[in-house]
Design a protein around this ligand. Structure first.
Ligand code: ADP
Ligand code: MG
Length: 301
């Protein structure tokens, strides 16, 4: 099979591992720099060009689109889809997952457990918004933040009010969320491929920090999850329309709650924590599923 990996750099751990796993299995793997792909979108025969050459003959594409280039990256992926190339995750599903509010609304509609979450526009409604999520302490999140940046814990009502008003003053879109204190600064990353959780790890925040992101100094360890957590993770990935996802769950007093669903989950943390060949599992899944013109949405929607 001929596989394209959309990625900015070959040297990134996840990219490197996917190349290795693909080549080991006898596939031809090419990394295409997402931001160097360009295209004539009006052509009746959709194509993508890279450094003067058309990209041709690909059976599947693995999108690894960084949060800062979601807009351009999903446009390139859509073009691959229009060419009939099978995407590991579809452009529509990736766009959905990058908007925390939209994701939570979709998950809520399907009855998936979530932290109590509020959203408001006007500073006049802040007081009631805080009451709606059961008061301080509470968590305030930028809608398009990632790696823990843009996630703030407000310990008191006054702190919450001033942070929310400051973000609103900057016209930043935020959501306000119940703080799951009982999770103790730890969350569970469930790595989903297809309809299976293939690996899990618990991430613990460093001392004095509530965010467990590895990028924020968190550490990873092995964990066994419950059947309820397992089915929650699989359903969450499925609702988002993602074949491969990192579903982050908090253990709350009212059961497992999904915090977010990542569409380009990193491989380094989870492979090191579990010793599993996740890259290999991704390539095996892709080899089994990839068929030409099998994109469900074919780039629409
Ligand atoms: P990001 O996309 O930046 O990773 P998250 O929503 O995953 O944003 O939040 C970052 C981290 O903050 C989480 O991994 C978790 O440890 C902590 N966190 C986020 N929301 C809550 C919450 N409602 N209660 C407790 N901890 C939270
Ligand atoms: Mg996160």
């Amino acid at each position: 099979m001929k596989i394209a990996i959309m990625s900015r750099k070959k040297a990134l751990y996840s990219t490197r591992r996917l190349i290795e796993a693909g080549e080991q299995r006898g596939h031809e793997v090419q990394v295409v720099d997402t931001l160097r792909c360009y295209m004539n979108i009006a052509s009746h025969k959709p194509a993508i060009h890279l450094k003067g050459q058309p990209l041709e003959g690909f059976d599947a594409v693995i999108p690894r689109i960084g949060a800062s280039i979601t807009f351009y990256g999903t446009a390139v992926l859509r073009q691959f889809e229009m060419m009939g190339v099978w995407p590991l995750n579809e452009s529509v599903a990736i766009s959905r997952s990058r908007d925390k509010l939209r994701s939570l609304q979709l998950l809520a509609r399907k009855g998936i457990g979530l932290p109590i979450t509020g959203f408001a526009h006007s500073p006049d409604d802040v007081d009631d918004l805080i009451k709606m999520v059961n008061g301080a302490p509470l968590v305030i999140k930028l809608l398009e933040g990632t790696q823990g940046i843009g996630v703030v814990l407000a310990e008191t009502k006054q702190a919450a009010e001033s942070v929310i008003e400051a973000f609103m003053g900057l016209k930043a879109n935020i959501l306000v969320q119940e703080f799951i204190k009982e999770a103790g600064g730890a969350d569970i990353r469930c790595f989903v491929i297809g309809d299976k959780v293939v690996a899990t790890m618990m991430r613990k925040a460093k001392a004095g920090e509530f965010r467990s992101n590895l990028h924020r100094g968190g550490t990873a360890e092995l964990i066994k999850i419950t059947p309820e957590e397992r089915s929650t993770a699989v359903r969450a990935a499925n609702v988002m329309g993602l074949n491969v996802a990192g579903v982050d769950i908090l253990r709350s007093n009212h059961g497992p709650v999904v915090m977010e669903v990542n569409s380009s989950p990193g491989l380094e943390g989870i492979e090191h924590a579990t010793g599993k060949d996740i890259a290999g599992m991704i390539i095996d899944f892709l080899a089994k599923e990839a068929k030409p013109n099998k994109t469900r949405t074919r780039g629409r929607g």
